[in-house]
Design a protein around this ligand. Sequence first.
Ligand SMILES: Cc1cc2nc3c(=O)[nH]c(=O)nc-3n(C[C@H](O)[C@H](O)[C@H](O)COP(=O)(O)OP(=O)(O)OC[C@H]3O[C@@H](n4cnc5c(N)ncnc54)[C@H](O)[C@@H]3O)c2cc1C
Length: 327
Amino acid sequence: MGKPENIKVNNAFDLSVTAKNIISISCLEDIQQLRQLDSGPRLVLGSATNVILDEYFDGTVIHVLMHKITQGDNGVVSVGAGLPWHELINYCLTQDLYGIENLTLIPGLVGAAPVQNIGAYGVEVSSVIHSVTCYNFATQEIETLSNVACMFAYRDSVFKSKNYMILSVQFHFQKVFQPDLSYPSLVQFLADHHLAHDEVSPRVLSQSIQAIRESKLPWPEDIPNVGSIFKNPIIETDSIPADFLEGHRWLVADGQTKLSAARLIELVLTGIEIPPTLDFYKKHSLVLINRGGAVFSEVTELLRAIQQQVHLLHGIQLLVEPEIIES
Ligand SMILES: Cc1cc2nc3c(=O)[nH]c(=O)nc-3n(C[C@H](O)[C@H](O)[C@H](O)COP(=O)(O)OP(=O)(O)OC[C@H]3O[C@@H](n4cnc5c(N)ncnc54)[C@H](O)[C@@H]3O)c2cc1C
């Protein structure tokens, strides 16, 4: 039997992708469909802004559509996995719920936010997550995992195991606005706009983050991309010369240094041929863009070439940030 070409999988990098089967979970009763699935491959997807998909997925793509917001008596706010993240930001701004302003304009759905513990401008979503309700594919039961059980770390959580389908996320937002304004580019933005820290309201903070992001990041619907294409490598400080990547490195805890992956890419690009369908965004060299018609193999070959060149010239291992899902 040939591959069904008509089940299209939308994705932020705008690659041409189809799947054998796609199902939507609109209510808890729909989970019954999962129990009837064969044991073939399955992939839970939100807006596909953090994945690079191969041309054909020989299994079932699952979309969780529930998107209700419910405020409990205990102050915990439960949010359906299918709600776009920016809608939650707007909701919080109107309801005097604080803590995620720094995460303004991160694309994607609420259900994906715990998976890689989304973070930006000094804040990680795990700081306001109370618990996560999900379907466990192994036990076929619905479970609620506490914040601790989610095992959050930098861009990581228990959900990376792919054993869970997140149905809703429970948040304990702050009731008193205690913003984190310490991130260097935010400090700079506030200074440039003559905004004293005590003048920064939640809305002003959210708008500031939006302005900073819009000045350097393309929105996937305008220019197909999946955000940062490589992670910033963190290495032992004494494993590199003191002047290596000066101005593009930051000390982190325990004698470790974070290096700018964007700078490492810039250093090797002259020796690499970029196919005409792909390019790096002019305002941010860590963002790979699809100029139109790019195919999966071109993307993976380019990323491999950059990794090899960075390793060859600088001895540093670059890791791809979005998940690459091969056929
Ligand atoms: C321009 C741009 C800027 C970005 N900036 C940031 C940033 O500042 N910080 C940051 O952390 N990320 C950033 N990202 C990455 C991305 O926005 C986030 O990872 C986002 O949470 C992905 O949401 P999504 O709905 O598109 O998830 P998808 O890409 O669809 O899925 C991502 C992963 O989560 C899994 N998943 C999705 N939904 C569920 C679910 N309901 N249950 C279980 N697993 C699920 C998928 O299987 C996959 O492994 C950026 C991306 C872009 C394009």
